[in-house]
Design a protein around this ligand. Structure first.
Ligand code: OAD
Length: 241
């Protein structure tokens, strides 16, 4: 069976009403990135950070998957699909896609502040507590394993990204098709994925403003996710059945 990797970014969810990151003068919903998406911002003002992600969590409850999420779900019903996303929203799951790799975390989980990244570099242990939430995390919500403050399960700038390298090497030889969608491919290490799958023959990229420099041998489809992803699914179905 044809095996496909779909690598997505914020543009996939843009038409569901979740703003993308670039092109907003370095501000996220009015906040400088360093205030709400760095370990230093968390140390300086955890309440501001928790408020910011509580808003993102609330926004998520009101957003619905769009035609591109549903098209990817359809693709996964026809072929063997691995979805790797930089998005912290769960719209792919809401559209019925199982087992999405969230490289930058998930808005509906929280974790111990000593989970990856935050501990001093000389710390010899990290707490691995991570759990689904049903309401936003508050100051004073403490880790049941080690008693430290809980924080959103989101990867901030300056923190390590779990790229699931072992899993990547396992699937690499089996992949027939790579689809990139709605990402500026500017944020590393996630953007390295496009290079990691460089040997895949059949490659597509959907974006209204594609980053041509990062996509030398892709079939570039310039357009919106909701318009182009359903068409690409039909193309791949016709080509591979
Ligand atoms: P960006 O905001 O960098 O890029 C969004 C991409 O989506 C751009 O290339 C847009 O042209 C494209 N786009 C916009 N509307 C679209 C639509 N309707 N259909 C298809 N594409 C559309 O977002 P990402 O590449 O996801 O990291 O950013 C990567 C990471 O940078 C994020 O995960 C986040 C951010 O800093 C962390 O939080 C660690």
């Amino acid at each position: 069976m044809t095996k496909i990797v779909v690598f997505s970014g914020a543009g996939l969810s843009a038409e569901s009403g979740i703003p993308t990151f670039r092109g907003t003068n370095g501000l996220w919903e009015g906040h400088p990135i360093e205030d709400i998406a760095t370990p230093l911002g968390w140390k300086r003002n955890p309440q501001l950070v928790l408020d910011f992600y509580a808003q993102r969590y609330g926004q998520m409850q009101n957003c619905q998957p769009n035609a591109a999420h549903f098209a990817i779900s359809k693709l996964a019903a026809i072929f063997e699909v691995v979805c790797i996303t930089q998005n912290i929203d769960t719209l792919l799951e809401k559209a019925g896609v199982n087992d999405v790799w969230h490289l930058h975390g998930r808005i509906d989980y929280h974790k111990c502040e000593w989970h990856f990244g935050i501990p001093p570099l000389d710390a010899d242990w990290q707490c691995d507590y991570r759990h689904a939430i049903t309401q936003p995390t508050k100051l004073g919500d403490l880790c049941p394993q080690c008693g430290r403050q809980l924080r959103p399960d989101v990867v901030w700038f300056g923190e390590a990204v779990d790229m699931r390298v072992d899993d990547l090497y396992e699937i690499l030889p089996q992949i027939d098709v790579l689809i990139g969608i709605g990402t500026s491919a500017l944020v590393y290490p996630a953007a390295n994925l496009l290079r990691f799958f460089a040997g895949v023959k059949d490659k597509y990229f959907i974006d209204p403003h594609p980053n041509y420099d990062a996509l030398p041998d892709f079939n570039i489809i310039q357009g919106a996710a909701t318009e182009e992803m359903p068409k690409l699914v039909e193309l791949l179905r016709a080509k591979n059945s």
